[in-house]
Design a binder for this molecule. Structure first.
Ligand SMILES: Cc1cc2nc3c(=O)[nH]c(=O)nc-3n(C[C@H](O)[C@H](O)[C@H](O)COP(=O)(O)OP(=O)(O)OC[C@H]3O[C@@H](n4cnc5c(N)ncnc54)[C@H](O)[C@@H]3O)c2cc1C
Length: 425
C-alpha cells in the first residue's frame, strides 16, 4: 500500500487528494496543513469582506470532517512541514519528528509579502490572503471606525480591497510604486482607461509612489510616508504589494527552484517521487516555453489534479499554463492574456475603445502575443480559449460558434478579424 503525503491543503492540495483517491482506493493519504481550516479559496476572501458571500462560501469543498471522510484522508491540521529530504523520502514536522512517504506533493501556495518596512505591524495596517485576513478586515470595516482608506499596490489583490472599501462609500486612495496601475499586466493605455474608470467611482489614484514607512499618531491614525516625500493619511492601510511562494522550508531539499518549485508538465520536480502544484510552483508557460510562476485558482486546481493522477501511477499533463490575469472590481473587469513585457515596437497593434470595451491586442506574424480587455466579463473565458488555441496553433481561426458568440456580445468586427475570424452577417 502506497503512502502519499500532501503538504498544504488549498485548491491544489484538495484536487491532488481527490485525484489520488480516484485512482488508488487503498493508499494512505496524509495531508499536512499549517492551518486548521478546510481548503479555502483565497480569491473569495474579498467577496466575503464585501458581504456578497457568506463565510461558508470561502470553503468550496465543504468542511474538513466531510472532506476527510469522503476521500479517506489522514489529516494533520496545524502541522506545518519544516523540511523535506528527497533521498530518504521523509518530511520533517515542526515538532522535529520525521515521517516517511512514497510520493509527496508540495502545494503550499504563497503568502502576501510584508517586507520589513517600519510600521507594517501597526494596528490598522492589513494584508489580504487568508481567511483570518478577511475576517479581520470585515470586522474592521463593520466597526464603522474606518473613515478613509489607503490601498498600497494597484494590482489584482489591491483592486479588490479598493472595491471592498468603495462599496461601503469609504473614500479610498490607491497608490503604487510603478508608473501606472496594473503595471505588470497592462499597457499604459489600458491602465489609463482603468484609472479613469476608478476615478469615476471616486478613487484617488497616485502612481510612482514607493512606500518608505508608516507612522501612527496618538489616535491610531496612520500616515504612509513615501520615498518621494508624499504623505497619505488614512484610518486603514492595506498593503497589497505581491506574494511570495511558501517554499522557504525546502531550501536544503535539493529541489530546483526559481520563483517557485520548478516542475515539468507532469508537475514532477527534478527529484523522483516529489511533485509540486499551484502557487508554489513554476510550470512551463506554453507561450514562452520558459518556467513561470502563474498563481491563479484554475492552475492550482488543474495542476493539483494532474500531480495527484501521476502520483497514483497515471499519466497526465498540464498544458494550459499561460499568463492570464483577471480582475472583476466595482462595475468593471480587466483581463490580461499573455505577456505584456514580451511585446516589441515592431509588433502589430490593435486598439479599440467604446463606452463598453477597451481592447488592446498585439500580434507578431500569425501569433497573438498579448490581449488586454476591459469590459468583456461575459466573454473572457471564450477569448482565453481562443488565445490558448492560437498559441497551440498560430494558424487556427476562431470557429463559427466563437465568432457568433463574440458578435452577440458586441465585439467589433475588427477585433474578430484581428483574432483571425471572419465576421458573419
Ligand atoms: C485577494 C485574492 C484575489 C485573487 N483573485 C484571483 C482571481 O481573480 N482569479 C484567480 O484565478 N486567482 C485569484 N487569486 C489567486 C488564487 O486564490 C490562488 O492562485 C490559489 O488559491 C492558489 O491555490 P494553492 O492551493 O496553490 O495555494 P493556497 O490556497 O495558498 O494553499 C496553500 C496552503 O498551504 C498551507 N501551507 C503553507 N506552508 C505550509 C507548510 N510548510 N506546511 C503545511 N501547510 C502549509 C497554507 O497555509 C495554505 O493553506 C486571488 C488570491 C487572492 C488572495
Amino acid at each position: 500500500m502506497k503512502k502519499y503525503a500532501i503538504v498544504g491543503f488549498g485548491g491544489a492540495g484538495y484536487h491532488a487528494a481527490k485525484a489520488i483517491r480516484e485512482r488508488d482506493p487503498a493508499g494512505e493519504i496524509h495531508v499536512y496543513s499549517d492551518t486548521g481550516f478546510a481548503p479555502y479559496n483565497p480569491m473569495l476572501t474579498t467577496y466575503y469582506v464585501k458581504g456578497s458571500l457568506p463565510y461558508e462560501a470561502l470553503f468550496p469543498f465543504g468542511d474538513l470532517e466531510h472532506i476527510a471522510a469522503d476521500l479517506r484522508l489522514e489529516l494533520h491540521p496545524n502541522c506545518p512541514v519544516t523540511g523535506l529530504a528527497g533521498d530518504s523520502r521523509t518530511l520533517r514536522l515542526s515538532d522535529g519528528s520525521e515521517v516517511p512517504f512514497d510520493e509527496v506533493l508540495i502545494s503550499t501556495g504563497a503568502s502576501a509579502v510584508m517586507p520589513p518596512i517600519p510600521g507594517l505591524d501597526l494596528p490598522g495596517v492589513i494584508k489580504m490572503r487568508t481567511v483570518d485576513d478577511a475576517v479581520g478586515l470585515k470586522n474592521l470595516l463593520d466597526s464603522g471606525k474606518v473613515k478613509d482608506a489607503l490601498v498600497i499596490g494597484a494590482s489584482w489583490v489591491g483592486i479588490k480591497v479598493v472595491e471592498d472599501v468603495v462599496e461601503r462609500n469609504i473614500p479610498c486612495t490607491l497608490v503604487d510604486g510603478a508608473p501606472w496601475i496594473f503595471y505588470v499586466a497592462a499597457f499604459p493605455s489600458t491602465a489609463q482607461r482603468a484609472q479613469k474608470d476608478l476615478e469615476a467611482r471616486g478613487v484617488t489614484v497616485s502612481c510612482n509612489q514607493m512606500l518608505d514607512h508608516i507612522e501612527a499618531d496618538e489616535n491610531g491614525r496612520l500616515t504612509a510616508i513615501m520615498q518621494s516625500g508624499s504623505r497619505f493619511s488614512a484610518d486603514l492601510v492595506a498593503v497589497c504589494i505581491g506574494v511570495r511562494t511558501n517554499t522557504g522550508f525546502l531550501k536544503d531539499s535539493g529541489l530546483a527552484q526559481g520563483r517557485g518549485i520548478t516542475v515539468d508538465r507532469r508537475m514532477a520536480t527534478n527529484c523522483p517521487h516529489i511533485y509540486a502544484a499551484g502557487d508554489c510552483c513554476e510550470a512551463v508557460d506554453i507561450q514562452s516555453g520558459q518556467h513561470r510562476n502563474i498563481g491563479i485558482w484554475y492552475n492550482a486546481c488543474k495542476q493539483g489534479a494532474v500531480a495527484g493522477t501521476n502520483m497514483a501511477g497515471g499519466a497526465a499533463e498540464f498544458d494550459a499554463n499561460i499568463l492570464c490575469n483577471l480582475a472583476h472590481y466595482l462595475d468593471y473587469d480587466f483581463i490580461c492574456l499573455g505577456d505584456v513585457s514580451a511585446c516589441t515596437d515592431s509588433d502589430q497593434v490593435y486598439e479599440y475603445e467604446d463606452e463598453r470595451y477597451y481592447i488592446r491586442a498585439v500580434r507578431r506574424g500569425d501569433a497573438i502575443v498579448c490581449i488586454n480587455m476591459i469590459g468583456s466579463a461575459g466573454s473572457n473565458g471564450l477569448v482565453r480559449n481562443l488565445f490558448i488555441k492560437s498559441i497551440e496553433n498560430p494558424h487556427a481561426k476562431p470557429d463559427l460558434s466563437a465568432v457568433c458568440q463574440l458578435q452577440k456580445n458586441g465585439f467589433p468586427d475588427s477585433f474578430i478579424h484581428f483574432l483571425g475570424g471572419i465576421s458573419i452577417d
